[in-house]
Design a protein around this ligand. Structure first.
Ligand SMILES: [Mg+2]
Length: 370
């Protein structure tokens, strides 16, 4: 065995995915497999005109969440949502889920009940069933969920379908989940500094806190697309921030892109938080992540339909690969846009306030089928 120790962080996110994928390259590929590693979910044939998608995603205490912040029922709901979001990103509907739970000794039956209340609410929200799983003890709470979904073959959307000339679009508003994280971290610090005399002030930040703690996957939007006759050419969900997600689409599609910064859609509450902390709100959207909105591209012939659809914004253009990934704003002109990892809750990490392409680290969340 080699004595060399190479830190995984030297690979970067894209390098890590490529390396894991390369290690598996000589496994014989099934004829039914349509998309393997490298999209939001893997896709395989289930019937003549029907495809199934499968994805898995874990939430780990101390990495993805802090138990002092998030009620157990929210955590259950979020665990379902982050997986459904990957199914939806393939333009598919979720059907069945299984769960693998690592339960620490300091968790009570009541807390577990509450976690399952959240899982139940999530399943009902998305019209799916939790059909099995596995439990074990662990050092920290660990929730891993696998979801299988279904899509008609003609409707499936991959990351790899973007074409030069397409428009880049996003659902809902962005940056809210990171704004919620900022508020929660600030409140935690205030609690530490002021102790018992401190009264949490969460009233003005309900929307962004809910975006962080109880996100909802945009199953409603893929239904709206269908109704409006919109067929995205490529799609990904926003788990790690727009900057990272657009790189995934561009890499898989062999294209470049420009994101128009002034077109990014923000909720007023997100703006208020960015103002309060004197932050660059654009960084919330580009590098913050966990918004679980959909980033997608459409053919120019469909852009009017997207414009007409409530809750959708056109935020950029797909260009030739040689142009790379860029951000445009009137202040800075065209600038290269680097992917950046999202910094999760990490008790040992003092750098949670620092966001930006210069601070890329190995992302601790993988919201992909890899
Ligand atoms: Mg994803």
């Amino acid at each position: 065995m080699s004595q060399t120790f190479t830190p995984i962080s030297t690979l970067g996110e894209f390098g890590l995915i490529q390396r894991m994928s390369d290690r598996l390259a000589d496994i014989p590929r099934s004829a039914a497999l349509i998309e393997g590693i490298g999209d939001d979910a893997a896709v395989y044939r289930a019937g003549e005109n029907t495809l199934h998608v499968i994805t898995t995603d874990a939430l780990i205490e101390g990495v993805h969440f802090d138990r002092t912040f998030i009620p157990m029922s929210f955590l259950g709901y979020k665990a379902i949502s982050v997986n459904v979001s990957d199914v939806v990103a393939m333009n598919a509907r979720p059907m069945y889920a299984t769960i693998s739970l690592g339960i620490p000794r300091n968790m009570s039956v009541e807390m577990l009940d509450s976690l399952y209340d959240g899982l139940r609410l999530g399943c009902k929200k998305y019209g799916m069933e939790l059909v099995g799983g596995d439990t074990s003890t662990s050092h920290a709470l660990y929730i891993s969920i696998t979801v299988v979904g279904e899509v008609a073959e003609r409707d499936v959307v991959f990351r790899r379908g973007a074409n030069v000339g397409d428009f880049l679009c996003v659902t809902g508003d962005v940056g809210g989940a990171y704004a919620g994280l900022k508020v929660l971290l600030d409140q935690r610090q205030a609690l530490k500094d002021l102790g018992d005399s401190y009264e949490p002030d969460l009233e003005a930040h309900q929307y962004v806190i809910q975006r962080q703690l109880r996100p909802t996957a945009r199953l409603d939007m893929i239904e709206a697309f269908k109704k409006a006759g919109i067929r995205p050419t490529s799609m990904i969900d926003i788990s790690d921030g727009i900057a990272s997600e657009i790189h995934h689409i561009a890499q898989r599609s062999g294209v470049g892109a420009t994101v128009r910064i002034p077109a990014l859609p923000f909720d007023p509450e997100t703006r208020a938080v960015a103002d309060q902390f004197m932050d660059d709100i654009d960084a919330y959207a580009l590098f913050g992540g966990e918004d679980y909105e959909l980033l997608f591209t459409v053919d120019p012939s469909q852009v009017d339909k997207v414009d007409a659809l409530e809750g959708c914004s056109v935020i950029g253009n797909i260009e030739e690969a040689t142009k790379g990934i860029r951000a445009y704003s009137p202040d800075t002109g065209l600038m290269p846009l680097h992917p950046a990892g999202y910094q999760h809750f990490d008790p040992g990490d003092d750098n949670l306030d620092v966001l930006g392409p210069d601070n890329f680290e190995l992302p601790k969340s993988k919201n992909d089928s890899e």
